[in-house]
Design a protein around this ligand. Structure first.
Ligand code: ADP
Ligand code: MG
Length: 259
């Protein structure tokens, strides 16, 4: 039997029964470039999916289509049963269900750390300032930067800024969190502090899609590894299967270069 069924038997997230994010035959072009080709991907509530693959294979575009930063040419994407609307208030609300953390932290430079984490709550979720502040402080504590609340982003290290970016995304109570190479821009000594926050989120049951080259994280946190090449999902497997016994030549070649 496959190891996937072992996870299911252990009561892990099961994409067959509790679908949170569903991409159905998604295609996208940038001009002549067919950047996403027939993408079928179902992510279960509580599942951690690590997306890996060579540069230019479409990983970032995949993430960006899931929260509608990019449109698709054909196919559909649903979040918790609801199709992504094209625009307007509905889109803002649905997008808030999808937290996103980028390689470059993208904090608002002229707002304090605390304000960065309260802004979306008051603007999109219509929270009052008192409860937004309280929640922001709790989240900043949770990611280990509670004592930085009144500073500006530039006064923080890269690792601290990225943890603020995670807190900011969490403040919207997202149903799923997307991470696009969240540690790639960090100095090596700061990578672990961000990965540890992500590990804890995974243990807490957050549904996560993580594009990363951190194979240690993939091995320890992922329920499933999705390997992309040339705009296609070439292989999907548990981390154990994928790292010990990749099936496709593309995956074997990729792993031989990075491991
Ligand atoms: P990855 O994240 O796997 O490195 P991307 O999704 O960023 O891959 O990019 C996939 C391909 O699409 C690359 O060839 C890239 O140059 C191209 N691409 C990405 N964004 C755009 C865009 N806005 N316009 C045109 N081409 C793009
Ligand atoms: Mg990318």
């Amino acid at each position: 039997m496959s190891e996937v069924s072992v996870i299911k038997d252990a009561g892990g997230p099961d994409p067959a029964t509790d679908k949170l994010v569903v991409l159905d035959n998604v295609n996208k072009h940038f001009g002549a470039l067919h950047v996403l080709q027939d993408i079928d991907l179902t992510i279960a509530r509580g599942e951690v999916v690590v997306v890996i693959g060579p540069s230019g294979s479409g990983k970032s575009t995949l993430c960006r289509t899931i929260n509608r930063l990019e449109t698709v040419d054909s196919g559909s994407i649903t979040i918790d049963g609801k199709p992504l609307p094209a625009e307007g208030k509905e889109l803002a609300r649905l997008r808030a269900d999808v937290g996103m953390v980028f390689q470059s932290f993208n904090l608002f430079a002229h707002k304090t750390v605390l304000e960065n984490v309260t802004l979306g709550q008051t603007k999109v979720r219509k929270a009052d300032k008192g409860s937004a502040d309280e929640k922001a402080r709790a989240l900043l504590d949770r990611v280990g930067v509670g004592n930085q609340a009144d500073k500006y982003p530039a006064q923080l290290s890269g690792g601290q800024q990225q943890r603020v970016a995670i807190a900011r995304a969490l403040a919207m109570d997202p149903k799923v969190m997307l991470f696009d190479e969240p540690t790639s821009a960090l100095d090596p000594e700061m990578i672990n502090e961000v990965l540890e926050v992500m590990q804890q989120l995974a243990r807490d049951g957050m549904t996560m899609v993580v594009v990363t080259h951190e194979m240690g994280f993939a091995r320890s946190a992922a329920n499933r590894v999705v390997f992309m090449a040339d705009g296609r999902i070439v292989e999907e497997a548990t981390p154990e299967q994928f790292f010990s016994n990749p099936r496709s030549d593309r995956a074997k070649d990729f792993l031989s270069k990075i491991l």
